[in-house]
Design a protein around this ligand. Structure first.
Ligand code: ATP
Length: 475
């Protein structure tokens, strides 16, 4: 394992140990590629959501938000192309007739091998999956003599496509007409509401519609913690523009989204753009924003110029006119769309990976270390921790008054157990940017010690100033 793989494992353990992310249904041994956010994780996730939502809707006068349902009319997914095109490879055993997802079959085989050999097989598989090389996958299965657990034979069909959408039944009648899907992307909820929003909001092109919500994909390669999940959340914005101006808007959104990422103070060298080589059937340009995760540079957001494909498809399938009358040029048209699509869970993982630091603080006298999450203050789950130095002499009462004053404005944490040093370390581990200690001097001159997470510096400030100091850093 490379050092970075170790770091990734350490981050995963830290996320669990400090209440950020838990495996779903862990007491039943978990559900593959499904995760729950704990007490600090849910706060961090919400803060990321709010930061994105505000930057899109509040700071752009021509972007509004919606919150569409997860269930949509099944024709939506025929129109969008997901029923026909959104798929991954599978294979059948001709003797037992049992069907396998190709990745599951190869993974189960790899687990029976010594670790290095198993990893080599998995790497080969990932490469073939990425290339959509179905013949290569079949050859790999045959070469390794992978057999079916039921028949015990290696008599396989060719590898075929497997749709990634989860389906379920609406109502109690189980016929084909009642089969519906859990949405695999939030974008279609925006497209089908284009006219509703444009008309009721009297929106003028160019304008955007933003949405945050769950999406579901029966992912084929799902082994990288919350990087690839089967239930995840997307933050998407579709920006509707006049045909012919899409290139300009695409460049603008590309730049603006990168600036959003950098506005959180991340080192720019950790980001890069990666143009799509193979464009989706609906796109005339597409780029990924990639981040340097411990597992390598990987996609966190996509910016896609989706042409008028989706609106035109919905127009055709719904037989309703989906057009916009542009009063400036006296013309009716189907708008073109620039989409920015970021995975909330991936942004969460990025934020944790970027913040995570193991520091050796040893001095000649004493061995010491800490794990600190250097979150941007505005994203930190807890903003301020308040500690009375001791449990007596009225110090807890003063500390509690400060908490009561501040908790109206931001998230605070009160603790009186253990030494101040230990309390600081626990807050470092969950990324709390400010800690305040109330001591005996506080009662004499009304000052407290404020301690800064990143520099670990401490200074005395008036108790009455604490709220404003914190507020000035988190706005
Ligand atoms: P990938 O190539 O990684 O599968 P994608 O290109 O299919 O992603 P899009 O359909 O463009 O992804 O979705 C937009 C964003 O949604 C991605 O940039 C990613 O952040 C997020 N996303 C997509 N699939 C998942 C998933 N299974 N788990 C978590 N986030 C995801």
């Amino acid at each position: 394992m490379s050092t970075d793989q170790n770091k990734f494992q350490a981050i995963i353990s830290h996320c669990k140990e400090y209440g950020f992310v838990f495996q779903s249904s862990e007491i039943y041994d978990g559900l593959s590629a499904v995760y729950d956010y704990g007490q600090y994780g849910s706060e961090l996730k919400k803060n990321i959501k709010d930061y994105w939502w505000k930057s899109m809707t509040q700071l752009h006068e021509n972007i509004v938000g919606i919150d569409a349902a997860i269930f949509m009319h099944p024709t939506t997914w025929k129109a969008s192309g997901h029923v026909d095109n959104f798929s991954d490879p599978m294979i059948d055993n001709k003797d037992s007739k049992k069907r396998y997802r190709v990745d599951h079959l190869i993974e189960a085989y790899a687990e029976t091998l010594p670790e290095a050999e198993g990893n080599a097989v998995l790497a080969q598989m990932d490469e073939l999956l990425k290339e959509n090389d179905f013949a290569g996958l079949k050859t790999l299965i045959e070469e390794k003599k992978i057999s079916c657990t039921v028949s015990g034979t290696s008599n396989w069909t060719d590898v075929r496509q497997f749709n990634l959408m989860f389906s379920t039944q609406l109502g109690s009648v189980t016929d084909e007409a009642s089969e519906i899907y859990l949405r695999p992307e939030t974008a279609q909820g925006i497209f089908v509401n284009f006219l509703n929003v444009q008309k009721t909001g009297r929106m003028k092109v160019p304008f955007g519609i933003a949405q945050i919500g769950k999406a579901f994909r029966n992912e084929i390669v799902a082994r990288q913690f919350i990087f690839r999940m089967r239930e995840f959340e997307q933050m998407e914005m579709q920006f509707f523009v006049r045909p012919g101006t899409q290139k300009e808007w695409y460049e603008k959104w590309k730049e603006e989204r990168m600036q959003w990422h950098l506005s959180l103070g991340t080192d720019p060298s950790k980001y890069r753009f990666k143009d799509h080589v193979k464009l989706a059937h609906y796109a005339d340009a597409a780029v990924d924003i990639e981040f340097d995760f411990p597992i390598g540079f990987k996609e966190v957001e996509g910016i896609h110029s989706r042409t008028d494909f989706d609106l035109k498809q919905h127009q055709e399938y719904s037989k309703k006119k989906i057009q916009y009358f542009d009063t400036e040029i006296n013309q009716n048209y189907v708008p073109y769309v620039i989409e920015t699509s970021i995975g909330l869970d991936r942004m969460f993982l990025l934020t944790v990976c970027n913040a995570y630091e193991e520091q050796d603080l040893s001095t000649p006298e004493k061995q010491d270390s800490r794990v600190v999450l250097k979150f941007p203050a505005k994203l930190a789950p807890i903003k301020l921790a308040v500690f009375p130095l001791t449990k007596k002499d009225g110090l807890p009462e003063v500390a509690q008054l400060l908490v009561n004053e501040c908790k109206q404005h931001f998230h605070c944490y009160y603790e009186e157990k253990d030494s101040i040093g230990k309390r600081y370390r626990r807050q470092d581990a969950i990324g709390t940017p400010f800690c305040v200690t109330i001591d005996h001097q506080t009662k004499e001159d009304g000052t407290v010690t404020i301690r800064y997470r990143d520099s670990m510096e401490q200074e005395r400030v008036p108790l009455t100033e604490v709220k404003n100091i914190v507020l000035s850093k988190i706005m």
